[in-house]
Design a protein around this ligand. Structure first.
Ligand code: ATP
Ligand code: SF4
Ligand code: MG
Length: 333
């Protein structure tokens, strides 16, 4: 018997976000055709190197950046960008930023920081109880010990928990966490990740976790989407992608992790620039499979240089956008 997966809660469909270049410079295609679904209770990790468009995609999913093309849907309905509708949406989908990037105001107490969202949304219930409840859920217990402290009186991990409490207080259905633990040291990082998992289990919270750290994706996510220059190039179940990556880019990213077997693949060529998306496969100028002649032997080298690849579906199916993988798979069957 096959069970139908639940409908996605949040979905990007053929999403594109382009930034016009200044003073005649070319347009930057930061997000360049992305389909991505996040289902209820699912944690999806969005990974990829700096500048590949992760934050832009996340901001667009939150309605903070309007798409140039394509659309974002929540609960099956396209986002409404009118002020009031967007405000209601931002209550249901919360952004969690990494704290030292300044998401906490140094002059606000923990209480004020967490209550801010309630005030913005005109909460009419018991504010003190809601703030204490959110702090406790974020692991700051007993909450009374923290209410009147200022950010500088907290550890990095505690500050990150305050940021998370500020999101939880609005009882969102989904959180988008952009590099939530990048600046924390290893032990605290583990605690914050455990917290996110607990929130998923206890509150059924869905999450999109943006990170350039594949180890983090491994520890937390159900599913991973690997992004390169504005597109998802490989996606699927986290265990499958991280133990048996098929896209040469994912293979290269994994090969440089300390625990990886074999020789690290050091990517050559220019770092990706969204104002100059290459023709053909967007990774071709840096691809180790093309450079080594393997793609040529499989008869796909021309396609690598000239033929664009289809946009991967947003759902749970494991997929990869690569001419060489397609040729190898066809040969194996
Ligand atoms: N407001 C903007 N105007 C112009 N270009 C932008 C703007 N925001 C982002 N970009 C460009 O879009 C590309 C993607 O940026 P983005 O911040 O989404 O990358 P990222 O994957 O989050 O990187 P990092 O891992 O460093 O956070 C970059 O080349 C960036 O310079
Ligand atoms: S399509 Fe070709 S260039 Fe692109 S990743 Fe695959 S082998 Fe490399
Ligand atoms: Mg970013």
């Amino acid at each position: 018997m096959t069970t139908t997966p639940p409908a996605p809660l949040l979905s990007a469909q053929a999403l594109e976000v382009a930034f016009p270049g200044r003073r005649g410079a070319a347009t930057a295609r930061a997000v360049d055709g992305v389909d991505l679904d996040i289902r209820p209770g699912e944690i999806v990790a969005l990974v990829g190197e700096s500048g590949c468009g992760k934050t832009t995609l996340a901001r667009s999913l939150l309605g903070l950046v309007p798409p140039t093309a394509g659309r974002v849907t929540f609960g099956g309905e396209p986002l409404d960008y009118a002020g009031r509708a967007l405000k209601a949406y931002r209550k249901r989908v919360q952004l969690v930023l990494q704290d030292p990037s300044g998401s906490l105001n140094p002059r606000h107490t923990v209480y004020d920081a967490v209550a801010e969202g309630l005030r913005i949304h005109g909460y009419t219930g018991d504010e003190g109880a809601a703030v204490s409840g959110a702090l406790a859920r974020a692991g700051l217990r007993p909450p009374e010990r923290f209410l009147l402290r200022y950010p500088h009186e907290l550890s990095g991990g505690q500050r990150q928990r305050v940021v998370i409490a500020g999101a939880l207080v609005l009882e969102p259905e989904l959180i988008v966490a952009d590099e939530p633990v990048a600046s924390l040291d290893a032990s605290v990082r583990g605690e914050i990740l455990a917290l996110l998992l607990k929130l998923r289990d206890e509150l059924g919270l869905s999450a999109l976790v943006v990170t350039h750290d594949l180890g983090l994706a491994w520890n937390i996510a159900d599913r991973v989407a690997v992004m390169y220059l504005g597109r998802i190039v490989e996606t699927g179940d986290v265990e499958q992608i991280l133990t048996a990556p098929r896209h040469p880019y994912t293979q290269a990213l994994l090969s440089v992790l300390p625990e990886a077997d074999g020789e690290p693949v050091i990517l050559t060529g220019e770092p990706p620039d969204p104002s100059k998306v290459p023709s053909g496969c967007r990774f071709h100028a840096r691809c180790q499979v093309l450079a080594s002649g393997e793609a040529e032997r499989a008869g796909v080298a021309d396609a690598c240089r000239t033929k664009d690849l289809p946009v991967l579906e947003g759902g749970g199916r494991t997929q990869v956008a690569c001419h060489w993988v397609a040729a190898e798979t066809a040969r194996a069957v």
